[in-house]
Design a binder for this molecule. Sequence first.
Ligand code: NDP
Length: 326
Amino acid sequence: MVQAILIEKPEDTQTVALKEIELPPLAEGDVAVDVAYSTLNYKDALAITGAGPVVRSFPMVPGIDCSGIVTESNHPDFAKGDRVVLNGWGVGEKHWGGLAERAHLKGDWLVKLPEGISLRQAMAIGTAGYTAMLCVMALEAHGVTPERGEVVVTGATGGVGSVATALLGKLGYTVAAVTGRPEEEAYLKSLGASSIVAREEVSGKARPLNKERWAGAVDVVGGEVLANVLSMMAYRGTVAACGLAGSMSLPTSVAPFILRNVTLAGVDSVMCPLEDRIEAWNRLAADLDMDKLAAMEMEVALEDVIATAPKFLEGKVRGRIVVPVA
Ligand code: NDP
């Protein structure tokens, strides 16, 4: 038996509690991981609160991420003692997830942690941080270099936004950080932002085109914010869009695409192929300042996870949450 957060839905309403559970037997290709750390992402908050349709089958152990040590392996690439990280693949949605003392996971989903990233740091990064890296890689793939001009990060004090700001700052970009929390200016500048943009400047109904401001963008908000950012992109700029913290909609026009040659690059972390994940984790080891990562993390005990989850939906979480499990 292991301790785990368990979401159940016996009838119409879901319940969630910390419980003792028994894991299913280890199948062919599976790996047993003693979870050292897990984390809370926006998506975990949706799952735990039931605010969004994240969980596809009940009962479910939430947690789209975990880091830990392999204790048993039915997969040729993994052996007892390996340090591994898991992000996404439907874990915590369709397969029992990382907010538990142990997880049985498909070996095909696991990444061996690079030297230089501890089990704790892996979860301070988590899906939010690994997605921030994928966004930076998308900007690079579209030729957005620091010389091209300022880049903007929306939802900058959140998990993806904080890591994106730190990564872009370290890589030499001039970073404008969009936030609804002006009181976090010092925090954002300490991560690597050069300037702060009030959320109101990129809110409201977007015009088809606005003054050209940014060569690149990482957007976690969607909706009118993304539409405004698109209207403010410089000629041949690229927006890496990964989130819907504001809205699922996109009330824009074709103008930025056909008149300014703007690229809207979608970023998905869940089904991202293994080779890109390995590259992202290696890049995080090389390009993320671990002191800045430490400055953005907050610890929440497993027994406090359920009470913390709603804070995401109120936009009250700053940076990243680490959940020590072992
Ligand atoms: P957080 O809650 O940590 O950060 C979101 C930030 O967005 C907030 O901190 C806030 O920043 C800003 N924000 C929140 N609500 C609004 C609003 N109504 N209007 C404008 N800004 C708002 O979440 P994460 O960083 O973990 O995730 C961000 C988004 O990215 C989520 O939608 C998540 O689902 C998505 N995501 C997608 C992934 C993918 O694979 N595509 C992977 C990981 C995350 P501030 O206060 O600074 O303005």
